[in-house]
Design a protein around this ligand. Sequence first.
Ligand code: SF4
Length: 678
Amino acid sequence: MKRTLTVCPYCGTGCMLHLLSEGGRLIGVEPSSTHPISRGGLCIKGWNAFGFVHHPDRLTEPLVRKDGVLVPTGWQEALSMVVRGLQSVQARHGKDAIMFASSAKATNEENFLLMKLARRVFGTNNIDHCARLCHSSTVTGLAETFGSGAMTNSIDCIDRAKLIFVIGSNTTEQHPLIGSRIIRAVNKGAQLIVADNRRIRLSRHANLHLRHRNGSDVALLLAMMHVILAEGLEDREFIAARCENFEEFAAIARDWPPERAAAITGLGAEEVVAAARLYATSPAAMIFYSMGITQHSHGVDNVRAVAALAMLTGNIGRPGTGVNPLRGQNNVQGGCDMGVLPDLYSGYQKVSDPVVREKFRAAWGGGPLPETPGLPLTLAMNAASKGQIRAMFIMGENPIISDPDQSHAREALQSLELLVVQDIFLTETAQLADVVLPAACFAEKDGTFTNTERRIQLVQKGVEPPGEARADWQIICELARHAGSQVMNYEDTAQIMAEIASLTPAYGGVTHQRLAPYGLQWPCPSADHAGTPLLHTVQFSRGKGRFALIGYRQPAEMTDARFPYTLTTGRTYFHWHTGSMTRRTHLLHREEPKAFVEINPVDAAAIGVRNGGLVTVASRRGELTVAARVTGTVPEKVLFMPFHFMEGAANALTNNVLDPESHIPEFKVAAVSIRRGQ
Ligand code: SF4
């Protein structure tokens, strides 16, 4: 039996595991007993991470659409069709008529290369990835306040925290090993505040569970800060030495007594006072948040408020403190780091900065690079439906299920002249494509992923890809060569990392060799640097921490007589994202085989439905019929649906209104109605 140490392909926790293979086939996995996060454990998705790899649905050869049908072809024809198609669109409609969507499931090396392909070979900054849908609010909000949009502390810090404040994160389901670390810390004496209107597993362990209304986070956080200021619990010394813009911000917070916030949050003033005192008087308080904070039309303001709370109390830059956005997919941190963003090169270097552009231009063999920022993915979908984007290259993403307002996403993709999808399965999005390129999965390639705590870890090949499938990085290099470019000739992914390190200051000291066995946390600027577990210790990345000015804005869509329920969406423990891998994993599929909607028993009784009965949920965008899960997990008048299931796609209902700064959609709040289904 062969054992290959690699990284779990699911959540951003980044557990490492051994792939077990025999005769070229995976037969199981086992956790790494000495890895700092896994510590001999995995969640159920990790234990089953091999389950989809040899699935008969795997794509094994390129496909092209002929007479309306996808038929197998050779690599030469497929690659030529892609390059000719993209170039033809650009010749007729301009360089920016094409869009590249990269993948948080692909390696750093692959994301870097797709970024290079878009900018250097095709001359457009129209490149983005699914961080737009999950943590673009974090990137914008924390960059403004701290100067860096990443988790400030390390997962190990959980053991040092005296208080943990979890807001907008169902941690035990989405980041299970971090969730269990939190529970262990609580069992050893740490205090826990959970702010989430669902009764999630962590809330059972909490000293305080705040069930505030969806979309009222800014009001809650401002009210907590009001109490802290009113009771003199702020850290004056930290604020004076380390922060700026405090007085302007404090004037806003002073205007938010808990009684005012109560009308918006639905919480009693005493609950907010208790939370503020608990958090502010703790000697080391650590905040965790995730998409319950970011996926709002005011997601950036939510992040700014979280950052302000930490600065106000000096809870940053020390072990056991910090602002810790939990990154969703395995490599969404790396995707951002690698610059698959329309306005940034790798290392968050601005495309609009001529010095930065010159650095990349010189390294990439000369030739002009585009100067103006490109389109965020969400705006590119709108542009496609208006005919401004004519071709799209999508690597490893499935927007038909993951994007808000499914019919809008479908219409946008169907209106393209050319849709290319590079993936491991014929996903719902790939089924619409003109060309489908078969890719290798995580177990079949080398490279690196960067987890939520900025830990860059080695991904190692355990088995060969099926049939003609190739690693994403190899396909991208072939595309560059078909486009007549010689700037992407690499023998292996270690060479690509060498190029990343030479152009990306935070990765400057990273080599594949140095990453064995358990990686390095960035910033790691030089070959002799040991990595950085803790950010902002002496000063913030931007110098002084900035109290950004915020105001409360309600969600774009509020309930009314026609749509009297609030729908919120998310993931479940057994599935991942659009389910392309977990729904093809026998045990995970068996545990959670179909779509459902959570409904409070009072509401279920009102519409006359029992547990498991069918209900029809409708919004202004569409309607669908799924099974009801009657549970007190959700409060009255709130519904929850996971978004993994095509046959009950929650995103047929969600609102594609965007945060004006981060362009993230408001997945977490939509007004809906519900009735007994047939
Ligand atoms: Fe994989 Fe996340 Fe589970 Fe760890 S916690 S095994 S990284 S899915």
